[in-house]
Design a protein around this ligand. Sequence first.
Ligand code: ZN
Length: 469
Amino acid sequence: MRSRLLSLLLLVGPLVLPAQAVSPDQTLHDATAQLQALIRINTTNPPGNELAAARFLDSLFRGAGIESRVYESAPGRGAVVARIRGRRGANAKSPVILMGHLDVVGVQRDQWSVDPFAAVIADSVLTGRGAIDDKGMLIANLQAMLALQRRVRGGTTLTRDVIFVANADEEAGGDLGMGWLLKEHPDAIRAEYALNEGGRTRIMANGRKYVALQMAEKVSHVVTVTASGPDGHASIPLAGNAIARLGRALAVIGAHREPTVLTPVTTRFFAALATIWPEPAEAAAMADVASGDRARVERGAAVLAAIPTLDAVLRTGISPTILEGGIRSNVIPRDAKATLNIRTLPGQSIDSTVARLQRAVGDPRVTFAVTSRGEDSPAMSAENEFFAAVERAARRVDPTIVVVPYLSTGATDSADLRRAGIKAYGLLPFPLVMSDEERMHGNDERLPLSAFRFGIQFVTGIAEQLAVP
Ligand SMILES: [Zn+2]
C-alpha cells in the first residue's frame, strides 16, 4: 500500500501551495494529473477498495497543510474527510460540505475503446471509469479546497468551515459510505449545506448551457408481481397458465401511466427551461406544464411524453426489470414472477401506485408485494444563499448560463443528508452534451478537459461565494 501511494504521489508531483492565486492553466494541469491518478486506483464497487483512494486524497490534503482524516468503514472500505476552519463564535456561519464518492460502477471491458482504468487523454478528452461519476467532481472539490486554503494562507478568515467528504459505497446504496458516516461520525460532517453529485450542466443543441441543480429526487422501490395458476404436464394445456397470466398482467403494467404530478421543484424547472429551450413546440409545452392550469398541464405533458427524461420527472415511473418462471420446458409452473422498479415522485405513496396497478390488472391471481421500500426525503429551497451562490458562480464562468431547480430521477446520497437535516444540492459541474452525459455508468465514460476546467472554476466559485467574506 505504502509503495503504491508513494508512486502515485510521485506521479502527481509534490504539492507546492503558494499563498497567491494559481493560473487556470496550472490548476487544470495539476487537477488532470490528480484525476488520472485517482481513476487509476480501481474502486469498482463491489468490492469497492475505496481505502487506497481515500488515502491518496488524504495525502494531498496533508501535503497542502489541510487537516484531513481517513475513516475505515470496513476492511478496504473508507472515506476521507478534510476541513478548512473558518470563523469561530457568534458570527461564524454553519459549515458547508463539498462531497463526492470514491467508488465507481463496473465496466464491460470489451465495450471500451481504451483501458477504462488507464485514464488516457487523447484530443484533450480524458477517458476513464469515474471521469464524470464521480472522481472528476472529487478533484474539482479538491481544487476548490486548495484555492480556499491559499486564501487562508494569504490572511483571509473564512466565514464558515468548509468540509471535503469523499465517501465509499455510493453505487451500492451507501451503507458503508454516507450512511455509515452519518451514523458513526455525525460530528465530522455536521453542516448546513452540502454540494453533492446529482445535477447536470447541459450543453443544448444551440450551444447554450443550463445548470440543473438537483434539489429533490425520486424514491426507488422494488415491487414483485406474482401470477399463479394450475401446474401440470405441458402435454395438457391448462387455462390460467401462470406464465400467460403474468404476460397479460405485464402488458397492462407496460401500458399503464401514472398521473401527471407537478411539485414546486418541477414547476420551477419547466418554467425556467421554457425560456431557454431551443425547440419552440417543446418550450411551449414546458410553459404549459408550469402554468398550473389543469388542461394546459395535460396538454404540455402529452407533448413532453416523447422525451423520456422529461416524462420521468412528471410522474411516478414503472420499469419491469426481471422475469422469473418455469423450471423445465415440459412442466407448467405454479407461479411466475416479475420484478418492477418503481420510482415515486417525492410525497407520492408507493402503496397508492400498487393499488392502481392492481386495479388496472384486475386479476385476483396476480398479486403485488413491495419487497423493498424506499424512503422519501424533503425537497430543497431555491430561496437561500446556497442557490444564489450557485447562480452567481455559474454566471462568473459563463454570463449566459441559466440555473434551474431539478428533480432527479436517480437516487443519490443526498437523500440521507436531507433526512439528517443537511440541505444537500446536486450538481455535475462539467458542461456536457447529452451523448457524453449518457456515458455515465456506460462505456467510454469521458470528460473533455475544457469541461473539467469549467467545472473546477464553477465549484471553486461556489465555495468562495459561500465561505469567503
Ligand atoms: Zn455517482
